[in-house]
Design a protein around this ligand. Structure first.
Ligand code: ZN
Length: 111
């Protein structure tokens, strides 16, 4: 996603509006650099004439889960040489648990 390079640190402000005047969509980043970080983006895709709006959403009370997830992944990496197969299964579990947790957050009303 090229729009990631446009990232800017901004104050927290829920219910943002993109340049089209639509309420911006709050999404979760899944890039390795920004795992679990959330950002506002235009709800219309660029191809459909959206404005390519992009703004990081900074949680006032950041959930601990992505830190926990990274901790687990680091631990898993330490076992790399010994337990490659077990690690893969474990990562699947961590990712599944992470997806579940992020899914639950997404269900929370944003207003
Ligand atoms: Zn827009």
């Amino acid at each position: 996603m090229s729009s990631f390079s446009n990232s800017s640190m901004a104050s927290v402000d829920e219910g943002r509006y993109c340049r089209c005047g639509n309420e911006a969509l709050l999404k979760t980043s899944w890039t390795q650099l920004n795992l679990g970080r959330r950002f506002f983006t235009c709800r219309i895709s660029k191809k459909m004439g959206g404005c390519d709006y992009f703004l990081w959403y900074e949680d006032r009370h950041p959930p601990q889960a992505n830190r926990v997830m990274w901790g687990l992944l680091k631990k898993v990496n330490a076992f790399d040489e010994k337990l490659k197969r077990a690690r893969n299964i474990f990562i699947l579990g961590v990712v599944a648990a992470g997806l579940l947790m992020f899914g639950i957050w997404k269900l929370k009303p944003n207003c």
